[in-house]
Structure formats: structure tokens, C-alpha cells
Ligand binder design. Structure first.
Ligand code: NAD
Length: 495
């Protein structure tokens, strides 16, 4: 079923007052307490897993239609990632939901402390078009695991995937608690006028500003997942086989995931001048090996999502000094929305290609006299979402970790952090804030409630007025010990 562009979807009509109506239903469901139970959360996660298994081919078709992704790429970056993530949450949700014990200061003896995670309520998730299945469903998994009601607003720029999600999710998941609302800016604005308990946004900085301004009105907490220019430091690797592996990973990480249209993809490479021509030759060879010899008929590579983004990328290349820096590729086909993997050597640093996020198949190689200068190069720009470094130099790795700031750092590989349920995924500074994946997703959609339990037994009178010196000394003493400290003191093992 195709959407009409006005945000109307066959499964749930979403015009005017119907947004409010749907949100009212979702709120009532949340208030009923149904979504809080472990049974409900697990049933939804299992249903999502079933949805993925039953609809594998439809998902592959939708991704092919929107982005020209090959099914293997679609499984690796989308379907497989989400399946893995659902299974991980299913096997950990009981443990995540359980209250965690915590000790209280001695002055409250006897007493117990607990941290009790509770769902936030009704959450709104905006997703982006480049990984239209995984970026939509991964946060939904977190929101469900944490026991929330959810509205998912997929990107209108991947219409086949958006339509698939809107039509299929209600067939599997509890539609009183989880709804998909399709549409573009107009419907998004309408959604943002509502009160939410959390907004999770993946997208561009300009729309993030709109989202945050709307969130301010109700003091709604937000998680903002943006992008930026992710640098790759390419050190002189002494071993030819290490260099070969590194080049494969750069080519696979740059052009593999959605043909460079990836927030954590390689934006540019930093390399020493003397090594640049060797690196470029190896990159060219590997591109041919991976995608074929004929630049007009490259295989297994995604297309540019639409005319707008094609034009944006074409404009980056048109700037005369940038065009003059192309050392490989540059072929474009507007009809097929295709841009060949393109390498540029030292384009001007003040050209748009080096000031804006590229988000496409263009790869500038920036040369430095000494690779250690890359730290200053990176620090003089906004904090990236991901930083990659190919190096065997342990001292240099330590410097990168301690002297730069980024959402993540990966040594000797590209983009693998996206698939790790055990690591937080998110940005810092201009690449966003908040994080998700695995337990981090659960935490993102939960509030950690502090619970303190006391009995009526044993009251320490000195904590109440009227005050005197003895009470001050007493409080000073008990504040300096926890239970264990007191036991050690009594046993004479602590002063
Ligand atoms: P976008 O900001 O155009 O769209 C994101 C979402 O916002 C979509 O759901 C869209 O419908 C909605 N939207 C669009 N206009 C709106 C408006 N006026 N008001 C309210 N909502 C509106 O971003 P995009 O083009 O989908 O994504 C590209 C950007 O996203 C890149 O910068 C990329 O780096 C970033 N990104 C980040 C991640 C991440 O995980 N950090 C992942 C993918 C993409």
C-alpha cells in the first residue's frame, strides 16, 4: 500500500484530529499499566522477531526499491542487525527490568536502597532514510524493552520502507501501544505539537533544532543522533598485509554501507604525504575488485537516495578546485541516481566538501607532513560521531584516545560499532547526545527511580533538633562510615 505523502496511511489514517485520537489511545494503554509487564514486553519483542522472519523478502524488496541495496547488504546492515538486537533484548530484558540493590548511609540504618527502572510513558521516534529499517526498529526495540508506548515516524525519503513498516507493524505488534505514523515535515510538525515523554531523533542538525525547540515547550527529554564528518587516520603500516587489510576495510566501510550515505561512514582520510599515492593506488585496485571494472555498470553498490541528494553531491564535486582534485571516479548518471566511487586528493579545506558532511560516495584524501598532525586537524573541527584510525603504534593510539573527542573510536576497522549491542552508540558535541543499543537503549527509554525503604525500628535521635555539639559530632561520625566501614571500625580494622 502506497502512502499519499500527506501522512495518510491505510492502516491508521493520520490527518488532523486523528493524530490526537491515536495519541490518546496510546496514552490510555500506557496508563492501563499493560506495557509495563515483562510478559507484554517479551511478547512484543517476539512478535517483532516473527515480523522480521516472515517478511524477509518484502524488506529486501523495499530496501532495493528505496536505495538499491543488495539483499546481502540489507541483511548485514539492517535485517540481521535488528534480529540480533531483538534477540539480545529478549534474553536480557528480565535482568534490565529488575531493581538493583544499593546501600544507604549508616545514618539510615536499618534501611535499604534500590534503583527501579520505570518506563517513561509515550515516546516519539523519528528515523532517517539511509538505514530505514534498522534506524527505525532499533530504537523501537529499546522503547518496548523499557515498557513504553511508541509512535514511530519513519523517514518519508525511503517511502517503500516507511510504507512496509506502517502496513506490517500493526499486523504483529500491539497497535493500542505501538503505532507507525508516516509522512514528512508537515506531519512531523503536527506530532511535535503534542506532549511526549521522550523524543528520540535520528537525522540532520537543522531538523534536530526544530525537534529540540518543540521539546522545550513541555521539557521533554530528547536523544539526538546526528552525523558529521567522520575522519579516518591512515598511519604508515609497515606490514604490506596489514596495509592490504586496512585498505579493504576502508573501501568496504566507505562504499559498502549505503554507498557512503552513512552517518558513521568514512568522510575523509588523513594520511602522510609520502604514503598518499600508494594508498590511492591500493584504494583504486580494491574498488575495482569489490564493485567491478566498468564504472558504468558497478555491481553491489547502493544508489543515491533521491534527486535532491544526487544534486547536493554533484554540487560538491562541481566546484572547480574540487573537480580538479579528483584522482579516481567522478562519473555520474542522474537517470540512475548513480555516482561512481570517487577519490579526491587534497581538495581545498574551505570547500563545502571539507566543511559539510559528505554523506555519499566521495572520499577526500587529506595529506599531512606527519600523521600525528591528524590530532590537531580533528580537534580543530566539530566533534565527530566516529573516529577511525589504522595504526599499530600504541603510543599514537593512546594520544588519539586521550587528546580527541568523538562518539566512538575504532582502531583498525570501520563501522563495526554499529553492530555491537554491548557498546553505547551515539554522538558528542555536534554529532548528537544520548546513546542507545542493547542496555543503553533500555536506559535511554527508562527512568531510574530511587527507592528507599526503612522500617520503624531504631531511630537515631541525634539527627533531629534541638541541636547541640554532641549531635553535630555524632552526625559527622556516622556520615563518615557506611555499613562495612562501621563493621571494620568495630572490629578494629579501620581507623
Ligand atoms: P532529516 O533531518 O531530514 O530527517 C530526519 C527525520 O526528521 C525524518 O523522519 C523526517 O521526516 C523528519 N523531518 C524532516 N523535516 C522535518 C521538520 N521540518 N520537522 C520535523 N521533522 C522533520 O535527516 P535525514 O536526511 O533523514 O538524515 C540525514 C542526516 O542524519 C545526516 O546528517 C546523518 O549523518 C544523520 N544520521 C545520523 C544517524 C545516527 O545514528 N547518528 C543515522 C543516520 C543518519
Amino acid at each position: 500500500m502506497k502512502m499519499t505523502g500527506s501522512g495518510v496511511n491505510g492502516m491508521i489514517g493520520m490527518e488532523g484530529g486523528r493524530v490526537e485520537e491515536s495519541i490518546g489511545e496510546l496514552r490510555r494503554t500506557f496508563r492501563s499499566g499493560e506495557t509495563r509487564s515483562a510478559a507484554w514486553r517479551k511478547a512484543q519483542l517476539k512478535a517483532l522477531l516473527q515480523l522480521l522472519r516472515d517478511n524477509e523478502n518484502k524488506i529486501f524488496e523495499a530496501l532495493k526499491q528505496d536505495l538499491g541495496k543488495h539483499p546481502v547488504e540489507s541483511y548485514r546492515d539492517e535485517l540481521g542487525v535488528v534480529e540480533k538486537s531483538v534477540k539480545y533484548s529478549l534474553s536480557h530484558v528480565d535482568e534490565w527490568m529488575a531493581p538493583k540493590k544499593s546501600s544507604l548511609p549508616l545514618i539510615f540504618f536499618p534501611g535499604k536502597g534500590q534503583v527501579l527502572p520505570e518506563p517513561l510513558g509515550l515516546v516519539l521516534i523519528f528515523s532517517s532514510w539511509n538505514f530505514p529499517i534498522s534506524l527505525a526498529l532499533d530504537p523501537v526495540i529499546g522503547a518496548i524493552s523499557a515498557g513504553n508506548s511508541v509512535v514511530l515516524k519513519p523517514s518519508e525519503q525511503a517511502p517503500a520502507c516507511s510504507s512496509f513498516l506502517a502496513n506490517t507493524i500493526p499486523l504483529y505488534l500491539d497497535s493500542k501501544a505501538i503505532k507507525v505514523i508516516e509522512g514528512g515535515a508537515a506531519i512531523s510538525q503536527q506530532l511535535l505539537q503534542q506532549k511526549w515523554d521522550k523524543i528520540f531523533f535520528t537525522g540532520s542538525p537543522s531538523v534536530a533544532r526544530i525537534v529540540m525547540s518543540a521539546a522545550v515547550k513541555h521539557l521533554t527529554p530528547v536523544t539526538i543522533e546526528l552525523g558529521g564528518k567522520c575522519p579516518t587516520i591512515f598511519d604508515n603500516l609497515s606490514s604490506p598485509s596489514d596495509t592490504e587489510v586496512a585498505v579493504k576495510r576502508v573501501v568496504g566501510g566507505k562504499w559498502g554501507p549505503c554507498n557512503g550515505q552513512a552517518c558513521i561512514g568514512v568522510d575523509y582520510v588523513l594520511v602522510e604525504e609520502k604514503f598518499a599515492s600508494h594508498l590511492i593506488e591500493m584504494l583504486k585496485k580494491t574498488i575495482k575488485k569489490f564493485y567491478g571494472e566498468n564504472p558504468k555498470e558497478l555491481k553491489d553498490i547502493s544508489k543515491i537516495v533521491n534527486k535532491h541528494h544526487f544534486q547536493r553531491l554533484h554540487n560538491l564535486l562541481k566546484e572547480p578546485l574540487v573537480a580538479a582534485s579528483i584522482v579516481h571516479g567522478g562519473l555520474i548518471d542522474e537517470e540512475k541516481l548513480f555516482i561512481e566511487p570517487t577519490i579526491l586528493l587534497d581538495p581545498p579545506l574551505d570547500a563545502e566538501i571539507m566543511t559539510e558532511e559528505i554523506f555519499g560516495p566521495l572520499l577526500p584524501i587529506i595529506t599531512l607532513k606527519n600523521i600525528e598532525e591528524s590530532i590537531e586537524f580533528i580537534n580543530s573541527r566539530p566533534k565527530p560521531l566516529a573516529l577511525y584510525a589504522f595504526t599499530n603504534d600504541e603510543a599514537f593510539k593512546r594520544r588519539i584516545l586521550s587528546e580527541t573527542s568523538s562518539g566512538s573510536v575504532t582502531f583498525n576497522d570501520i563501522i563495526i560499532q554499529f553492530v555491537c549491542d554491548t557498546l553505547p552508540f551515539g554522538g558528542v558535541g555536534q554529532s548528537g547526545f544520548g546513546r542507545y543499543h542493547g542496555k543503553y537503549s533500555f536506559d535511554t527509554f527508562s527512568h531510574e527511580k530511587a527507592v528507599l525503604r526503612r522500617s520503624f525500628f531504631l531511630e537515631l535521635e541525634p539527627r533531629f533538633p534541638p541541636w547541640n555539639d554532641f549531635k553535630l559530632k555524632f552526625i559527622r561520625l556516622v556520615y563518615s562510615f557506611d555499613y562495612l566501614g562501621l563493621i571494620l571500625l568495630l572490629l578494629g580494622l579501620k581507623r
